[in-house]
Design a protein around this ligand. Structure first.
Ligand code: SF4
Ligand code: SF4
Length: 439
């Protein structure tokens, strides 16, 4: 099959060379972990442990309080020292602070759950729910919710996202090289839950070694196809990935399930495999620590609750000219003002940029070149949305489909006038959504 892709998109520098060939390293056991009880989209968890309790690795410490939520488990063995509000990426949230005893004693609750050949879909779904698995490639949507579409929305395909189109990040790449079988096993589990017979793994063609490994891991699996995607940003965005693999279009304002597709990340599939085969819930993940502002860029296996400062320290620490810290990649990541926050299930990257790489150019007036319109993968008009957002004309912004913006940042990247288009479009999106809620 030839290279699959979507219309629009950009070609930012990959900047992956400093980590893509480095095997994943395990960090020194953290002495203390600060585990947020809200690491996902949806309702926060309620603590089910008390200060002074001894906990083990994989033991549940936070219970989901609603359907759109996911339980939280301990990533270390040790003693609960505190339960209370702590600074996290999204502001202050309740965290369980655990002092590790360094023994890594695994909870008795952690045991193999069986095999997908004998487990039925409902049983697999329950394992995924209880393991606290959330989407590990983005905002952390609880996976069991995604796997529970309404009966009138039949699903035909499961697509695993191995595109990793964000510059700098190589965590998924390393996972595909180092543990391809777990990803395929996880994909089969997701397919069984949804009763689907066709699954895809989409990987950009700047990762040919991963395409080879994954193809080999899937060679005996009928119904699973590993597909090479054209290297182009944002190839890993859900709608773009769905179009590339199936040629189906998600309707404006709609969800992937309206195109009969469920999309999951390769790391999420691997976590599903782990939860079934070993019984270990989601308590660790691979994270890329990289950029010109960190001394030894590398991929590391991190335990949830480990402070980012400790992770970066084990990568040689920050350079003297550090200027910008980003959670995730440079295009869709979130700026951080401090590393004194804990890693969560969604910590795919810590990007550290020095002054030279972080300089924001001066913006000037729009020259009406149309480049932002040409490349917008959502087929909307960034320059007009920017103009309406700046005039607080949210009615017009809504008419021009501001809610279809996938916040990929391609328009800001390509703009020769260096206008921060995504910034103003985000403001308009938030305002339109808030007004809809008020109605
Ligand atoms: S308008 Fe939104 S979807 Fe289009 S390029 Fe800009 S950020 Fe991406
Ligand atoms: S790319 Fe920038 S300068 Fe060109 S039309 Fe869009 S906003 Fe205007």
């Amino acid at each position: 099959m030839g290279l699959l892709s979507f219309r629009g998109g950009i070609h930012p520098p990959h900047a992956k060379k400093s980590t893509e060939k480095k095997p994943v390293e395990h960090l020194v056991e953290p002495k203390v972990v600060v585990i947020p009880l809200h690491q996902h989209i949806g309702a926060p968890c309620e603590p089910v442990v008390n200060v002074g309790d001894h906990v083990k690795v994989g033991q549940k410490i936070g219970n989901a309080t609603s359907f759109v939520s996911a339980p939280v488990h301990s990533s270390v063995s040790g003693v609960v020292k505190e339960i209370g509000p702590k600074l996290t990426l999204g502001g202050k949230t309740t965290c369980v602070v655990i002092e590790s005893d360094g023994l890594n004693t695994i909870s008795e609750e952690v045991k193999p759950k069986g095999d997908i050949s004998t487990l039925d879909g409902k049983e697999i779904l329950e394992i995924i729910k209880e393991a606290g698995i959330v989407g590990m490639g983005g905002a952390g949507f609880p996976t069991h919710v995604k796997l529970s579409p309404p009966p009138n929305k039949p699903i035909d395909y499961v697509i695993l996202n191995g595109a990793e189109c964000e510059p700098y990040l190589t965590a998924d790449h390393r996972l595909m090289l180092e543990n391809p079988e777990s990803i395929i096993y996880g994909l089969k589990a997701l397919m069984k839950v949804l009763g689907v017979t066709k699954g895809y793994v989409g990987i950009e063609n700047n990762k040919m070694d991963a395409i080879e490994k994954m193809t080999k891991a899937a060679e005996k699996e009928a119904g699973i196809e590993v597909v090479a995607l054209k290297t182009k940003y944002p190839q890993g965005a859900e709608k773009q990935l769905i179009y590339a693999c199936t040629k189906r279009q998600v309707p404006s304002g709609g969800l992937p399930l309206e195109a009969g597709v469920v999309v999951s990340n390769v790391a999420t599939a691997s976590a599903v495999s782990e939860a079934i085969q070993t019984g270990m819930p989601l308590v660790q993940r691979i994270c890329t620590v990289t950029g010109s502002g960190v001394k030894e860029p590398k991929n590391v296996m991190i335990k949830t609750g480990t402070m980012l400062s400790e992770i970066v320290e084990q990568c040689g620490g920050l350079t003297d000219d550090i200027s910008k810290l980003i959670w995730g990649g440079p295009m869709m990541g979130i700026s951080m003002s401090t590393l004194n926050i804990p890693a969560t299930k969604t910590a795919s990257g810590i990007l550290c940029l020095n002054e030279a790489d972080a300089t924001i150019p001066e913006k000037s007036d729009c020259i009406k070149c149309g480049k932002c319109v040409d490349i917008c993968p959502a087929f909307i008009q960034p320059m007009l949305l920017d103009a309406y957002a700046l005039r607080s004309n949210y009615d017009q912004a809504e008419k021009l489909r501001v809610l279809d913006c996938i916040e990929c940042g391609s328009c800001s990247f390509v703009c020769p006038a260096k206008r921060p288009l995504l910034h103003s479009i985000r403001v308009a999106k938030r305002e339109v959504l808030a007004r809809k809620k008020r109605v």
